[in-house]
Design a protein around this ligand. Sequence first.
Ligand SMILES: O=P(O)(O)OC[C@H]1O[C@](O)(CO)[C@@H](O)[C@@H]1O
Length: 617
Amino acid sequence: MASLSGLCSSSPSLKPKTPLLKTTINSRPLRTSLTFATRYRLEPIQSVAREISTGLSKTNDKLLSKPKQGLEKDPSALWRRYVDWLYQHKELGLCLDVSRIGFTDEFVAEMEPRLQKAFKDMEKLEKGAIANPDEGRMVGHYWLRNSSLAPNSFLKTQIDQTLDAVCKFADEVVSGKIKPPSSPEGRFTQILSVGIGGSALGPQFVAEALAPDNPPLKIRFIDNTDPAGIDHQIAQLGPELSSTLVIVISKSGGTPETRNGLLEVQKSFREAGLEFAKQGVAITQENSLLDNTARIEGWLARFPMFDWVGGRTSEMSAVGLLPAALQGIDIREMLAGASSMDEANRTTVLRNNPAAMLALCWYWASDGMGSKDMVVLPYKDSLLLFSRYLQQLVMESLGKEFDLDGNRVNQGLTVYGNKGSTDQHAYIQQLREGVHNFFVTFIEVLRDRPPGHDWELEPGVTCGDYLFGMLQGTRSALYANDRESITVTVQEVTPRSVGALVALYERAVGIYASLININAYHQPGVEAGKKAAGEVLALQKRVLAVLNEASCKEPVEPLTLEEVAERCHEEEDIEMIYKIIAHMAANDRALIAEGSCGSPRSIKVFLGECNVDELYA
Ligand SMILES: O=P(O)(O)OC[C@H]1O[C@](O)(CO)[C@@H](O)[C@@H]1O
């Protein structure tokens, strides 16, 4: 089909074939935001009363009916509370301070039976129970860092062999033994990772946190189906495309955004006269569409994703390990850190179990129903993406409509944040004084710089001291205004501490899910969005077919939106048809739309060129 300019005018006058306006049409606020906003205005007790009266919440009513006390302000009592509750993992150099969450001894006592049940649930999960009942799947990400825990020797061998294969492949790429076929450098210099959600967020976080200043291979990401974003990544690679290892990551192997990224990258390879297969690596489930494509096309390598590892908990699988190893990150250290943290989180004594302490704090702070958001503030630039990573881990796991007994609960815990102290100059004003709808998690890193690099920029004070001061100051100022916070402290950002952080939050999510009785390991809500997107694209094809038929007439028959909708037999979807046409018009897509965007009834549309063959397709 020949491409003609699409038109959609803001002026009422019809000006055929002249580009008049490119506009963003859909700016309607998300329904979820409205729901949250409503909830914030309610006090917890009112929320519960409302939920109970509508029969929505069966799970959390008893505990939530308890009024909260004010936060402890007496300095010596606060210091006692700090010391009493401080958790330290000596070997990992990790501390957890929950003293600035105002839970009471009664609350802890009341939660104890639920916590013990959650510990049992985690034990069963680690032994291979079907912990994801909807999908009939085991949940085995904990085995990835301690394969001896895997419920059978077949799984253990799969884990061990995959880890060995990842290490071997990464060594051979980094050493130049595995080379790109036609690069002047003679070795791979870049990684282009194509994946989305759990197939991108972990690798992005770890790259930002741990990649050395001059890694053996630099990494970039295509994590969306935004054509301009994809073009930007490929343009930035420039001639280095010939020395780029493309890692396509998708557990399911059929995610549309990832497939599109792959097709776009393959097109760039063709245009540059490069053979994609010699530079392509797939990480996916065996026999997925992606796996079969990679096998048939003879890609450089394929690594397995396991059925029993979810996307958002896949950082310690090949998904996270391969990109990390290629950047020179010590992945065995990352695994060791995660494994030590898992070990600590297996104790059934709350005060010795940091993941359970986190889960308990989340429950207290958000009334066990997500009534407050979790703002994650790492005071370290390299941990910037931790909040983004946690956003998926927490929200995709906990944001569920139904609990495990089928009650409608609309659960969740909203996570956002960037980094301190940068955010002190952005939204901390509101946190300190504005709407009280959050609690904070500070991530503190004690080591400011590698040894030997520090200097005093004023007598007795370093740049890092300022960062430290900003964190402590913000924590105190928030607390003084009754804003609760948790502080996680690590000595340094190392593969070990990053592995530990990932493991800490994975387990906290698992325990919290048990406390609120939901399945943390499926994501049925995402499927609804994917299905709807598929329906929009199917409708677009029907719209094109209808327009094609009308445009093949002599003379061409321009159609109103009503006529298009009627001929598609989709009268109820006229708004979507309008949006489809406006989008295609804005993208010069062989379609001529005359009229005004502001008054859709004025629009008439036809194709610049008809395709007779398509009439009979
Ligand atoms: O790895 P995949 O199968 O491409 O999925 C990507 C992401 O999409 C989701 O399934 C949600 O759409 C996430 O859970 C997952 O991490």
